[in-house]
Design a protein around this ligand. Structure first.
Ligand code: ATP
Ligand code: PRP
Ligand code: NIO
Ligand code: MG
Length: 554
């Protein structure tokens, strides 16, 4: 398998999409300050729903656009019937927020969409920036749970409102993909190589780039997507397709039957006779020789074009033995792309052992998903590496994560949204979030407190209440307390390092290791506790009650 990998962290400037440049506005104080721009040139203030701009206009008309607002971004249910989620997309959010400004042509377009609006609003909009916006966030790659604020956005109401859709767009899919990838990693086992093969099936170019990047954050080892390799500095790898095998017919299709000055093809044919593989497909054997001539130290053959066990694997063995024994080169292995992957991988391994090729690697692909990985792990198999495309990048098992962005405070007053479904009721007011860690470095509970309550301290007994079910409470005495919602953007400055994929991937591994096994198992996992302090519980309940009209029955 041809592979490349590099671990150095690229500079932000080096990460710009070469072929889709979004140049910062030349005179913008923001862009001058950071030079951070989103990877994707479509990520601009106009990549939003129209209602954000119309609401902003109405706030402006009511002279409320400068009122101080606090919004929180969160989701209500973990995806894939699981009990954990990986939070991702922060870096692109920071790139977006720090370069936020409407271009002249954006404003001209908005004028056509809102022809009757006061021109002074558009003048105001043309000057809008995020210098008065503050962001607190979970780290990229954090393990997170329902109802926790993942990003808190504070600042002028009109401007914070304008950020909603884009922030959701940038966090929903990246978090979903990273979570999907991590679930596949758990199902496959830590020792397997996982490769993302989904570019051809992804939801357009940006879906593909996001999937390649966050699959690697979530635990994949690399991707077949070369542009992702270049831009995100992730490992790339690949084998070959059926077209390569079926394009060859006879030995005349080889430019030469030799490798260097030595005969190659004849020796391979002799080997086939010697081993008694009389029925294998000769055109496939020719294709394998051609591939080995091009990649003598990374020869990996797709073996299912004609017949995996009666042609592909024996042909691979013939070429591999000649490569190794005559040329002292390194055959790598095979790829299985159809059939029973458990059975075929075990049969192939047995054949490899018989001919002294026991170290040859077996890559498997073909519509693999989390369930197939789980099932293969139970059945037993000899696969070293999985190539996974469609079901990873399209998140077939759940195509969207329901991240939302809700107003929790405005002009110093807490705000709520009530709902018949209690999960949809919002938690009002500005909150701080703590992860309480137990004796064995295991995460016990996440606790939300009102922003002006004192932080919990290690060693003290802390009463933790269920956000909605009053009788559900527990006491926790943590060994460690970590504040997990941290400042990331203030006074036009990004306050955290821009993560490389590798940093985020390491964070994912570290964070997964503090979760109890029962929260991550695939079948009926146990929910992780997300709780609120007693005093916050009293405050929230009073507010919910104050806002809920009381019906009169007669
Ligand atoms: N041992 C196994 N246990 C569970 N699932 C498997 C096993 N082997 C393969 N699979 C999965 O079963 C499905 C087989 O799909 P399908 O029937 O379309 O493939 P195929 O007929 O083997 O190959 P193709 O149609 O591509 O020639 C795939 O999703 C594959 O990942
Ligand atoms: O199955 P996925 O998880 O999406 O992995 C990627 C697939 O893409 C390639 O073939 P393609 O599907 O294009 O053709 P094939 O089905 O005929 O092999 C490859 O051989 C894999 O089967
Ligand atoms: O390199 C491969 O084998 C590959 C890449 C993309 C899709 N399917 C297979
Ligand atoms: Mg396929």
């Amino acid at each position: 398998m041809s592979q490349s990998d590099s671990s150095s962290t690229p500079t932000p400037a080096g990460l710009k999409l070469d072929n889709l440049p979004k140049k910062p506005q030349p005179n913008s104080p923001m862009s001058r300050q950071h030079g951070f721009v989103p990877y994707n040139s479509l990520v601009t203030p106009l990549l939003t729903d129209m209602y954000q701009v119309t609401m902003c206009y109405a706030y402006w008309k009511a002279n409320r656009h400068e009122e101080h607002a606090v919004f929180e971004l969160f989701f209500r249910k973990n995806p894939f019937q699981g009990e954990f989620t990986l939070f991702c997309g922060l870096e692109e959010v920071l790139r977006f927020v720090s370069s936020f400004e409407f271009s002249k042509s954006d404003i001209e377009y908005l004028e056509t969409v809102l022809p009757n609006c006061d021109p002074k609003f558009l003048e105001w909009l043309a000057d809008v920036d995020t210098s008065k916006v503050t962001l607190h966030s979970m780290e990229e790659g954090s393990v997170v749970f329902p109802r926790l604020p993942l990003i808190r956005v504070e600042g002028p109401l009109g401007i914070c409102q304008l950020l909603e859709t884009t922030l959701l767009n940038l966090t929903n899919f990246s978090s979903l993909i990273a979570t999907n990838a991590q679930r596949m990693r758990l199902a496959a086992g830590a020792d397997k190589k996982l490769l993302e093969f989904g570019l051809r099936r992804a939801q357009g170019p940006d879906g593909a780039m996001t999937a390649s990047r966050y699959a690697c954050v979530g635990g994949f080892d690399g991707t077949s997507n070369l542009l992702a390799g270049k831009l995100f500095n992730v490992g790339v790898a690949g084998t070959h397709a059926h077209a390569f095998v079926s394009s060859f017919r006879t030995v005349a299709d080889l430019a030469s039957t030799k490798m260097g000055d030595e005969e190659f093809w004849e020796d391979v044919e002799k080997k086939r006779e010697e081993l008694g593989f009389t029925n294998t497909n000769t055109s496939e054997l020719v294709a394998f020789v051609a591939y080995a001539q091009a990649f003598p130290d990374s020869f990996l053959a797709l073996v299912d074009t004609y017949d995996t066990l009666h042609s592909g694997v024996p042909n691979f063995i013939c070429v591999a033995l000649v490569l190794r024994d005559k040329f002292q080169r390194k055959p790598v292995g095979i790829r299985l792309d159809s059939g029973d992957l458990s059975y075929l991988s075990r049969q192939a391994r047995q054949m490899f052992k018989k001919y002294g090729l026991e170290k040859a690697i077996i890559v498997a692909s073909n519509d693999i998903n989390e369930d197939v990985l789980q099932s293969l792990s139970k059945q037993g198999h000899e696969i070293d590496s999985f190539g996974i495309g469609t079901n990873l990048v399209t998140c077939q098992a759940q195509p969207a994560l329901g991240m939302v962005y809700k107003l929790v405070e405005c002009n110093g007053q807490p705000c709520v949204k009530l709902s018949n479904e209690f999960e949809k009721t919002t938690l009002p007011g500005k909150k701080r979030v703590y992860r309480l860690i137990g004796k064995d470095s295991v995460a016990l509970v996440d606790l939300m407190k009102h922003a002006d309550e004192p932080a919990p301290r290690p060693g003290e007994t802390i009463r933790c209440c269920h956000p909605f079910v009053e009788r559900k409470r527990c006491d926790v005495r943590p060994s460690e307390v970590i504040e997990i919602l941290k400042p990331v953007f203030q006074d036009s400055k990004v306050l955290v390092p821009m993560n490389s994929v590798e940093d985020a991937r390491k964070r994912v591994q570290k964070q997964m290791s503090i979760l109890r096994e029962d929260h991550v198992r695939s079948l009926n996992p146990a929910p992780y506790k997300v709780s609120i302090s007693e005093s916050y519980a009293v405050f929230a309940r009073e507010l919910w009650q104050a806002n809920q009209p009381i019906e009169l029955f007669e």
